[in-house]
Design a binder for this molecule. Structure first.
Ligand SMILES: *Cc1c(COP(=O)(O)O)cnc(C)c1O
Length: 437
């Protein structure tokens, strides 16, 4: 912990932007249990992933290298919004009357408004390198679809997006963003795929889920040789691309002689949490730091806090590889909370393993408490943040209030994963007192 005063914002120059992503796999205390093929239920080799992903991403998924270079073409696009600023939340600290210092890394500054372009740009680049013409993907609240639409536009690839129906209806402007960047968007479940038709036959009113939308996108990708699939979270290579967040944050905190006692991120599939925390977890796994890393999820989709650690399918129809993770079961359909990006039945195998082995803590909060925190943030720091992000904020506030009780000063870092300017309906409902947990 350094001296009390720091600037409001710590920035890095473009030259100081990380030149490699951090791959946590070689540093894990135990090797990850291997993914299984959905067909044979045997450990999956690279050949099982070839229909879905370009080879370079398959290599990254299983790589033993600790650092993987960020290609110059990707860094060139990153420069449009990176390095992102690290803020000190002075006005929030004052409101809470806490001795803690609260820092947040602002990933809302990307063109899509969240951390997701960090991997979308990289994935579009590697697909382009390997001659892929079209990508199919799913999206929950629309952040992933819009990030990938942006990435595909920059690298000249067609994009089809299966968007969870409840979000398609709640967030029409996200769909417009994807279309501005040239993607085709469908409300999932659709009647275009076998998986979608099977779900609709059972429940024509089904609000959809990420699991169902993934099945549709995977099915469509498997139909054509020039088409691949892309996932915006969960997988090891996605978590790795997001480490640019934590690597920058670490350099920024070093500049002001700070090091976090606690690192916090919200968890949908785990990628922004992994991104902000793994570069610090690296020190913890090496015995050089006792930083606490806290993963935060909604009580209505309590994967890490109430799920089972076991092998499960990544998607509803069972087409995607089977992975060892915390899961609520691949048939789980969560309620229609506003944090659409956190409605996933499973979690990253990397984050799951670290929770299982006690390196990462997990907590869950109900939606109303999360919006209350978001209102406090908007009224102190000014920013209207995403409902997903507000989960991390709520935890940061609770940690800061614990410091107030104990009188200890701690450095708290949370990842501000996205802005909430397209989530104002949720804020409106909260203010009208109509929000359910
Ligand atoms: C998608 C999203 C999340 C959740 O996804 P992770 O892969 O767990 O990071 C969180 N916050 C925002 C703003 C998102 O768009």
């Amino acid at each position: 912990m350094g001296s009390k005063e720091t600037p409001y914002k710590v920035t890095l120059t473009e030259e100081e932007m990380p030149k490699a992503w951090y791959n946590i796999q070689p540093d894990l205390p135990n090797q990850l249990p291997p993914p299984l093929s959905p067909m044979t239920k045997e450990p999956a080799g690279p050949e099982d992933f070839i229909p879905l992903f370009p080879m370079e991403l398959i290599k990254q998924e299983m790589s033993p290298e600790r650092f993987i270079e960020i290609p110059e073409e990707v860094r060139e696009v990153y420069r449009l919004y990176r390095p992102s600023p690290l803020h000190r939340a002075y006005r929030l600290e004052k409101e809470l009357d806490t001795p803690a210092r609260i820092f947040y890394k602002d990933e809302s500054v990307s063109m899509a408004g969240s951390h997701k372009p960090n991997t979308a740009i990289a994935q579009a680049y590697y697909n382009k390198q390997e001659g892929v013409k079209r990508i199919c993907t799913e999206t929950g609240a629309g952040q992933w679809g819009s990030a990938l639409a942006l990435g595909c536009k920059f690298f000249g690839i067609e994009l089809q997006v299966y968007m969870v129906k409840v979000s398609y209806e709640q967030k029409p402007y996200r769909r417009a963003m994807m279309e501005v960047w040239g993607a085709d968007v469908f409300a999932s479940p659709t009647d275009m795929t076998e998986s979608g038709r099977a779900v609709l036959a059972e429940d024509p009113e089904c609000p959809g889920s990420l699991g169902i939308a993934i099945s549709e996108a995977v099915e469509m990708a498997l139909k054509r040789d020039d088409t691949k699939y892309s996932l915006g979270s969960v997988l090891n290579h996605v978590c790795m691309h997001q480490t640019v967040i934590g690597l920058e944050a670490k350099a920024q905190m070093e500049k002001v002689d700070a090091y976090p006692d606690v690192v916090i991120g919200c968890v949908g599939g785990g990628s922004n949490f992994a991104g902000v925390s793994f570069p610090f977890m690296m020190d913890k796994l090496a015995g050089k730091s006792d930083v606490r890393c806290i993963a935060v999820e909604p009580t209505s989709c309590p994967t890490l806090t109430k799920g089972k650690y076991e092998y499960d399918y990544g998607d509803e129809a069972g087409l995607a590889p089977i992975v060892m993770m915390y899961t609520l079961g691949h048939k789980f359909v969560p309620s229609a909370i506003h944090a659409g990006g956190l409605r996933y039945h499973g979690d990253s195998p990397l984050v799951s393993a670290l929770v299982h082995e006690g390196y990462v803590e997990a907590v869950a909060y109900p939606q109303t408490q999360v919006f209350e925190a978001a209102m406090t943030f908007a009224r102190t720091e000014g920013m209207i943040i995403a409902p997903e992000t507000s989960h991390a904020l709520k935890c940061a506030i609770d940690e800061a209030l614990k410091c107030k009780e104990s009188g200890e000063s701690r450095d708290i870092l949370f990842n501000l994963s996205g802005h909430g300017l397209l989530d104002l309906k949720g804020y409106e409902e909260y203010m009208a007192g109509n929000l359910q947990d």
